[in-house]
Design a binder for this molecule. Structure first.
Ligand SMILES: Nc1ncnc2c1ncn2[C@@H]1O[C@H](COP(=O)(O)OP(=O)(O)OP(=O)(O)O)[C@@H](O)[C@H]1O
Length: 228
């Protein structure tokens, strides 16, 4: 796959933590609406790649272009604006706010972006229905199952209509049945909204929901197009 028409392109990323190399010349690109699985052994650099792509970690060298803009050249404020407005995130553990109800959690990113309460509530409720968790809207995260909590987290990550969703082991804490349902709902919703998904996983059955696989080994990323 060539980077032409890509939404997010990383070229020759290098990142070292102390003496530990995490990325050693990694390249990556993703198109709008594409779901790309980033696979590879533990410690190979998958999460570091995701963090560089999302502008959370600054690479030592190399570049990340998002929609024609160079992320590494942007100010911290510019990068956090981008993360709030155009990127969505789901992690292994949903990281929901325990004091808020599930629906308040989903509405939260909209409220932080200045959306009025009623509008935020109605958009949150539509996304909760979409992810089949409308019935737990008034419960707190501590009162729902792992699978429900993760679907609430996916609803929260998509409610702002991000152009890129970064998902780091989103089903890592779930049993296989719940994991597959989360992946089905996540990829269906993302494809429909033309949201690109960078999906870090070490599980082949999770990667099976992607359009393409990239394998990271020793800090280098290899596109598996045509290999599968
Ligand atoms: N904040 C950090 N400080 C120091 N070393 C780090 C840090 N983050 C990652 N590393 C190191 O960088 C290398 C790549 O880590 P990374 O988390 O990107 O791998 P990974 O492929 O996501 O691993 P896993 O599948 O186990 O989550 C590892 O050797 C790791 O120990």
């Amino acid at each position: 796959m060539t980077p032409a028409g890509s939404l997010l392109i990383a070229t020759s990323l290098h990142k070292t933590y102390g003496h530990t190399p995490a990325l050693d010349g990694a390249d990556f690109s993703i198109h709008p609406g594409e779901v790309v699985a980033v696979m590879g052994p533990s410690g190979s650099g998958k999460s570091t790649l995701l963090h560089c792509l999302a502008g959370i970690v600054k690479p030592d060298s190399g570049s990340v272009h998002y929609n024609g803009r160079e992320l590494t050249a942007m100010s911290d404020t510019g990068r956090s604006g981008l993360r709030r407005g155009e990127f969505g995130f789901v992690f292994q553990f949903g990281q929901l706010v325990p004091e808020l109800s599930c629906s308040e959690n989903v509405a939260l990113p909209l409220r932080l972006n200045g959306v009025k309460r009623k509008e935020a509530e109605s958009r949150a409720s539509a996304w909760m229905e979409r992810l089949e968790v409308a019935d737990v809207a008034h419960k707190r995260p501590g009162e729902v199952s792992g699978g429900q909590g993760q679907r609430v987290a996916v609803a929260r990550s998509l409610v702002t209509g991000p152009r890129v969703l970064f998902a780091d082991e989103p089903t890592g804490a779930l049993d296989s049945l719940n994991g597959e349902r989360v992946m089905e709902l996540l990829t269906e919703a993302a494809r429909e909204a033309r949201t690109a998904v960078v999906l870090v996983t070490h599980e082949a059955r999770v990667a099976a929901y992607s359009d393409r696989e990239v394998v990271v080994r020793d800090g280098k990323a290899r596109d598996m197009a045509g290999v599968r």
